[in-house]
Design a binder for this molecule. Structure first.
Ligand code: PLP
Length: 396
């Protein structure tokens, strides 16, 4: 039954998303509370966004202090948090330059614009970007076209040209699709939105070698995988490759909306006037992201994620061994999924909700678990126990 807020939502809000029937009003660490005061363990994490958990002190303090100091100036002027964040990102990654924006899709738009400028300047006008089937790169028209999923294209045709999508985790498919028109290959190190698809360990290395051979750019969309979601600060570190361009968003602000595109010097081909946005890299959001980055570095979050991620996977594999209708337990770090032999994802979500655990139904037959990076092993135990209870109900 819908409550007061849910009734109002159905009256006033555009109906674009299937909501879980709960109204959240407060969060702390890995827990959120609904409007009746009921707590939930949050394994959705704002869709892999709440990296430091809900309302972390370091972010709340950075935002409050910055809000009383300077919120917005426009990029006509230099501002300190923007430059501090750019420096942190460059010094901690293999990339050389940054442009900071407001969201994931904006970062990806900037990445593709960069690749097209690169193609125009260095590859005889090549403009086409190869992406992967099943990929998700955002909801603008161009990122809809970049995303290798028909379902996102159809309602908005004609979609922008210049993208070709090929099978994921298949270097031969990329080789076959590469032509004189190709300027870049754009991939997620692990595909998040289409169900946590983990490629073979050597896939990205092979793609890197192919891009080098052809002189085209490798763009890694680390919007979901970056900022320690897979363990290391950036997902590429897991796979032993360096991209020419990388995009970030989600976990970077731990809930404060921000995105960034980073490029190696040779690929950072924007010149004055090529790109920009009113709110891009404003002091408020950059102060939040600096607080997140500093916390992650000082507290050794990558090591923690590697440990607790393994612990979570052990729990998920235990569930898979116990229940025959669980066909797969997969993921890296704290980006994980359970797949079922039937379309019970929504039923599992609702049964978990009932028992105080939030999960994401990523496909009709799969749920995705992406808790805050600061989650502890006791909270993992609680989540696994709740799922165990839910699954035993399904069996019995
Ligand atoms: C890999 C990836 N790229 C891009 C996006 C789009 O980011 P945003 O929703 O911030 O525009 C997402 C969002 O889920 C994502 O997972």
């Amino acid at each position: 039954m819908k409550n007061y807020w849910q009734e109002l939502e159905s009256k006033y809000y555009m109906q674009v998303v299937v909501r879980t029937p709960v109204t959240l009003v407060r969060g702390e660490g890995a827990r959120v509370w609904d409007d009746k005061g009921r707590p939930y363990l949050d394994f959705v994490g704002g869709w892999a966004v709440n990296s430091l958990g809900h309302c972390p002190d370091v972010v709340a303090e950075a935002v409050a202090t910055q809000a009383r100091t300077l919120i917005q100036t426009s990029n006509q002027f230099y501002t300190v948090p923007q430059i501090q964040l750019a420096r942190l990102l460059v010094e901690k990654s293999c990339l050389d330059r940054v442009f900071i924006g407001n969201s994931g899709l904006e970062a990806n738009e900037a990445a593709v614009k960069l690749a097209r400028r690169y193609g125009a300047l260095k590859l005889n006008g090549a403009y086409e970007v190869i992406t992967a089937l099943g990929s998700f790169h955002g909801r603008s028209l161009a990122m809809t076209a970049a995303s290798g999923q028909e379902i996102f294209h159809k309602p908005y045709e004609p979609i922008p040209a210049g993208f070709v999508s090929v099978k994921y985790d298949d270097i031969g498919a990329i080789e076959a699709a590469t032509t004189a028109k190709t300027c870049a290959v754009m991939l997620e190190p692990v595909q998040g939105e289409s169900g946590v698809n983990v490629p073979a360990d050597d896939y990205l290395r092979k793609v890197r070698a192919w891009c080098d051979e052809k002189g085209i750019l490798l763009i890694l969309d680390e919007i979901q995988t970056g900022i320690c979601r897979l363990g290391p600060l950036f997902g590429y570190e897991l796979y032993g490759v360096e991209p020419d361009i990388m995009t970030l968003a989600k976990g970077l602000g731990s809930g404060v909306p921000i995105g960034a595109v980073l490029a190696k010097e040779h690929a950072a081909v924007f010149t004055l006037g090529d790109h920009g946005a009113t709110f891009a890299g404003n002091p408020l959001t950059c102060a939040a992201a600096c607080a997140v980055m500093n916390y992650i570095i000082e507290k050794g979050v990558p090591r923690h994620v590697a440990r607790v991620g393994q612990y979570l996977m052990k729990g998920l594999k235990g569930l898979k061994d116990k229940y025959s209708f669980i066909t797969d337990a997969r993921g890296r770090g704290l980006l994980t999924a359970l797949e079922f032999d039937g379309d019970i994802g929504q039923d599992v979500l609702l049964a978990c909700l009932e028992k105080g655990l939030l999960v994401n139904r990523v496909k009709p037959n799969a749920v995705r678990l992406m808790p805050p990076l600061i989650i502890g092993s006791e909270e993992v135990d609680q989540a696994v126990a709740i799922m165990d209870g839910v699954f035993s109900g399904i069996v019995g």
